[in-house]
Design a protein around this ligand. Structure first.
Ligand code: COA
Length: 157
């Protein structure tokens, strides 16, 4: 069975990697959908975000990274995907994710959202926090892989 994990990934963090690794154990193929939230301003282009994820999972044949615009459910229908993976860190995530899950269900009745709870040590990480820590010269080893630190360094230099 296939599943899709959609998100902005600006950039991918250890929290996302934790969810991807755990979800991939349950599916034959896990598609990471790198998308645009029209309300957000991004540091990395969509292609840069995709590349950072591909570098991380280069040795995992189950994981495929794609970019697309438009509705998630339209991509799912076209590619015969019925499962959406989402990570939940705190109750605040739940309020937002419940709305997304119900909207996606209304738009595509076969879609099911599976929630995976973050590992505790990653439950307070977000891409914005990573960028903020980096902008003040903070240590990022616990938050993102090395190639992402390098990409941040290059972007902000
Ligand atoms: N570990 C670390 N961070 C996590 C995380 C985890 N497990 N889970 C979520 N986050 C963080 C992200 O880093 C991100 O942080 P940021 O706001 O600082 O960048 C934040 O949680 C939200 O991330 P994400 O889940 O990627 O949501 P998003 O709002 O950036 O993107 C889309 C949401 C693009 C996937 C969604 O809007 C979408 O599907 N759009 C397509 C259009 C559509 O179909 N709309 C109808 C659906 S309602």
């Amino acid at each position: 069975m296939k599943a899709i994990y959609p998100g902005s990934f600006d950039p991918i963090t250890n929290g996302h990697i934790d969810i991807i690794n755990r979800a991939s154990n349950f599916f034959d193929e896990l598609i990471i959908g790198v998308m645009m939230n029209s309300k957000k301003k991004y540091m990395f282009s969509i292609e840069e975000r995709k590349k950072l994820i591909e570098q991380q999972f280069a040795n995992n044949a189950k994981i495929k990274v794609v970019t697309f615009q438009g509705l998630l459910v339209d991509y799912m229908k076209k590619h015969h995907i019925k499962v959406i993976i989402k990570g939940l860190r705190t109750v605040t995530d739940y309020a937002y994710e419940a709305q997304m899950a119900l909207t996606n269900k209304n738009l595509y009745k076969d879609a099911e959202t599976f929630f995976i709870h973050s590992t505790e040590k990653y439950s307070l990480i977000s891409s914005s926090i990573v960028k903020e820590i980096y902008s003040y010269g903070g240590e990022l080893t616990d938050y993102v892989p090395k190639h992402v630190v390098d990409a941040l360094k290059e972007k902000l230099s």
